[in-house]
Design a protein around this ligand. Structure first.
Ligand code: 5GP
Length: 205
C-alpha cells in the first residue's frame, strides 16, 4: 500500500466494538445523525443471511461464500474474520475506508474484537471504543427482547460476549450503553475532544 494512503487512513479510523445485541447499531445510527464530527460508517461485508428489514449495501454487503473468498484472496479486506465460529464471515472492505477518507470524514468501523485487534496492528492510532450494556444479564435481557435469535444462537452470542468482554482493557474508551441518546452523546463528545486535540497537535507542529 502506498505510504500516502497509509498516512491518510492512520488517524481517521474509529473502531466501535461490543457484544452483539448491546444496541451498537442503534447507537451508531444516532451518532451519525447527531454528531458534529463528520463520520462515514463503513458498510461491512458478510456471508450471513440478512435479518428481516436488513438491506444489501446499507446494513451489510451480503455476499455468497464464494464471492467473499474471492475478495479475500484479492486482498480487498482491511481485516476479515469468521466471527461466530460457525462458518459466517465478516470483513471490512478497503474500498469503504477509502470512500470515507475521500469524503474527508472519519471512518467508523463497527467490528468485533478480533477484527479490531487486526486493524490496530496496522493502524495503532485508530480510536478504539468498547460499547457494552453494563452486564451480561442486561445483554441477555436485550437479546431476548430483540427476539431475532433462536435459543441456541442466543446462548452462543452470550458466550461470545463473555469472551469479548475480556478485550475491554485493550480499548482506549469504554462507554456503557444505558440509553441510545446518552451513549451516542458520550461517543460524540469523545470524538470532538480527540478531533480538537489532534487539530491542536497539527497546528503546533
Ligand atoms: P451481526 O451479525 O449481529 O450483525 O454482527 C455480529 C458481529 O460481527 C458483531 O460483533 C459485529 O461487530 C461484527 N462485525 C460486523 N462487521 C464486521 C467486520 O467487518 N469485521 C469484523 N471483524 N467483525 C464485524
Amino acid at each position: 500500500m502506498p505510504a500516502t494512503q497509509h498516512d491518510q487512513w492512520a488517524d481517521r479510523l474509529v473502531i466501535i466494538s461490543g457484544p452483539s445485541g448491546a444496541g451498537k447499531s442503534t447507537v451508531v445510527r444516532r451518532l451519525l445523525e447527531t454528531c458534529s464530527v463528520p463520520l462515514y460508517l463503513s458498510v461491512s461485508a458478510t456471508t450471513r443471511q440478512p435479518r428481516p428489514g436488513e438491506v444489501d449495501g446499507v446494513d451489510y454487503y451480503f455476499l455468497s461464500h464464494d464471492e467473499f473468498a474471492r475478495r479475500r484472496r484479492a486482498g480487498e479486506f482491511l481485516e476479515c474474520k469468521e466471527v461466530f465460529h460457525r462458518g459466517d464471515w465478516y470483513g471490512t472492505l478497503r474500498s469503504e475506508v477509502q470512500r470515507g477518507v475521500a469524503q474527508g470524514k472519519w471512518v467508523l468501523l463497527e467490528i468485533d474484537v478480533e477484527g479490531a485487534m487486526a486493524v490496530l496492528e496496522q493502524y495503532p492510532q485508530a480510536v478504539t471504543i468498547f460499547l457494552h450494556p453494563g452486564s451480561l444479564e442486561e445483554l441477555e435481557r436485550r437479546l431476548r427482547h430483540r427476539g431475532t435469535e433462536t435459543e441456541e444462537s442466543l446462548q452462543r452470542r452470550l458466550e461470545v460476549a463473555r469472551r469479548e468482554l475480556e478485550y475491554l482493557p485493550r480499548y482506549q474508551y469504554e462507554v456503557v450503553n444505558q440509553t441510545v441518546e446518552q451513549a451516542a452523546e458520550e461517543i460524540c463528545r469523545l470524538l470532538q475532544q480527540i478531533q480538537g486535540a489532534r487539530h491542536a497537535g497539527r497546528t503546533e507542529r
